[in-house]
Design a protein around this ligand. Structure first.
Ligand SMILES: Cc1cc2nc3c(=O)[nH]c(=O)nc-3n(C[C@H](O)[C@H](O)[C@H](O)COP(=O)(O)OP(=O)(O)OC[C@H]3O[C@@H](n4cnc5c(N)ncnc54)[C@H](O)[C@@H]3O)c2cc1C
Length: 384
């Protein structure tokens, strides 16, 4: 072999964070991105990610978080409160606050493009990581190619997949009123709309993620900005004040997907194995803002398992199946739980039947009236 311990395929946030993490363990890492840009959503990613405490802790450990926070214009905004609303007349409501939860913030809203840029900057100084444009043979290949990567397909790894027939429309919005760190979410039937507080270069604003049936999303992507803003005002009932579209709208078709295997032996090479991380292993609906949080938890766990291998009495090669099975065991249960939760919520709220609407609105109000249950739910959501 060529001396690399690990070949990481994919230079999204997960692949970059993994290369940094493994480089810090002293492993020699090849980080591979295709020579030609693929047909992804394009250079300017307008998304803002909600990232939880564990993801921020990982970015901090990788010396990336300070750079994201120092970026100008601002690239990270704290969420202090979260307001969830049901749909229709008698809509239920659920409110979470960092203060009640006893934490500094419920989450951070982070500029997706700045996050990837700062991960790339950190990699320039990572001593054990080399950037390549073609895969190399290594004892371990970490597949971080996102939801449609070619390597997973070439290895014949099956995924369980359901397409929602929905598209997420993302955009940046300027706001006339201060956002006060409040994230707002409306569960309609079938829309799910989130306004994530985010400071723009010229004042307060929000990151929008609006999940809609494909046909309606196509319409809203095509209409003039004024018509889009009017639709937004109607959907949010003016709760956040007047909102202006800033820049482009972008769209992502939505699905839920889980790989049936997370690791295996590389075909034809007895001393080599593969492992999946991030969207290559699992895709969830963005309604809970958890996809990248799950991917960064994969990174943390694989790095922990590989570090234990170096510390433990029983040293194992990187391609050792028992080692990779340990990683998969630690990640499959929490990922499965989040997949079921987001999928269940999506399906519950996609159903327009009036009785179901009443029941779910009542459900939101019941949780709101039970502070211990609410605190427990929030603590679970903050845990990853
Ligand atoms: C609208 C929307 C909002 C979201 N909001 C949130 C949120 O608030 N919080 C959150 O945690 N998550 C959120 N997510 C989910 C998050 O975007 C994904 O989970 C995350 O981007 C996955 O990262 P990844 O690195 O696994 O995959 P990707 O970001 O898809 O990166 C994969 C990379 O691999 C490259 N690649 C592909 N094929 C190859 C190959 N053969 N060789 C080498 N490289 C290859 C691609 O070019 C790409 O750069 C959201 C998703 C959407 C659609």
């Amino acid at each position: 072999m060529n001396g690399f311990d690990v070949c990481v395929l994919g230079r999204g946030a997960v692949g970059q964070a993994l290369a940094l993490s493994l480089g810090r363990l002293g492993l020699s890492v090849a980080l591979v991105a295709p020579a030609r840009p693929d047909t992804g959503p394009g250079a300017a990613d307008v998304r803002t990610y909600a990232l939880g405490a564990s993801s921020i802790a990982l970015l901090d450990q990788l010396k990336v978080w300070d750079a994201v926070r120092a970026a100008r214009p601002s690239a990270a905004t704290r969420v202090l409160d979260m307001q969830v609303r049901g749909d229709g007349a008698g809509a239920g409501a659920l409110n979470f606050s960092a203060w009640q939860q006893g934490v500094g913030e419920l989450a951070w809203i982070v500029d997706a493009a700045v996050l990837e840029r700062e991960l790339a900057n950190a990699l320039r100084f990572a001593p054990h990581v080399q950037l390549l444009d073609a895969a190399v043979e290594a004892p371990l290949t970490a597949i971080c190619e996102g939801k449609d990567g070619a390597t997973r397909a070439a290895l014949g790894i099956e995924t369980e997949r359901f397409d929602y027939g929905q598209t997420a429309v993302a955009a940046r919005l300027g706001s006339e009123r201060p956002h006060q760190g409040i994230a707002r979410q409306w569960f309609g039937a079938p829309d799910v709309l989130a306004l994530l507080p985010f400071d723009l270069a010229d004042g307060p604003g929000y990151g929008l993620v609006w999940s809609l049936p494909d046909e309606r999303a196509r319409t809203l992507l095509a209409v003039e900005p004024a018509a889009f803003e009017a639709a937004l005002a109607e959907a949010t009932q003016g709760a956040a004040g007047p909102l202006r579209l800033q820049g482009e709208r972008a769209a992502w078709p939505l699905r839920v997907a889980s790989a049936r295997r997370w690791h295996g032996r590389w075909p034809g090479r007895a001393d080599a194995a593969w492992v999946l991380l991030g969207d290559a292993a699992h895709v969830v609906h963005p309604l809970a803002g958890q996809g990248l949080n799950l991917g960064l938890a994969d990174v943390r766990t694989l790095a922990e398992v590989l570090a234990e291998r170096q510390r433990g009495a029983a040293w194992r090669p990187l391609s050792d199946e028992r080692l990779l099975a340990r990683y998969a065991r630690r990640r499959i249960a929490p990922t499965w739980a989040m997949t079921r939760l987001t999928d269940g919520l999506q399906k519950l709220f996609a159903e327009p039947a009036p009785l179901l609407r009443q029941a779910r609105n009542r459900g939101l109000s019941v949780v709101e009236s039970l502070p211990p249950l609410k605190r427990w739910l929030a603590a679970r959501a903050l845990a990853d």
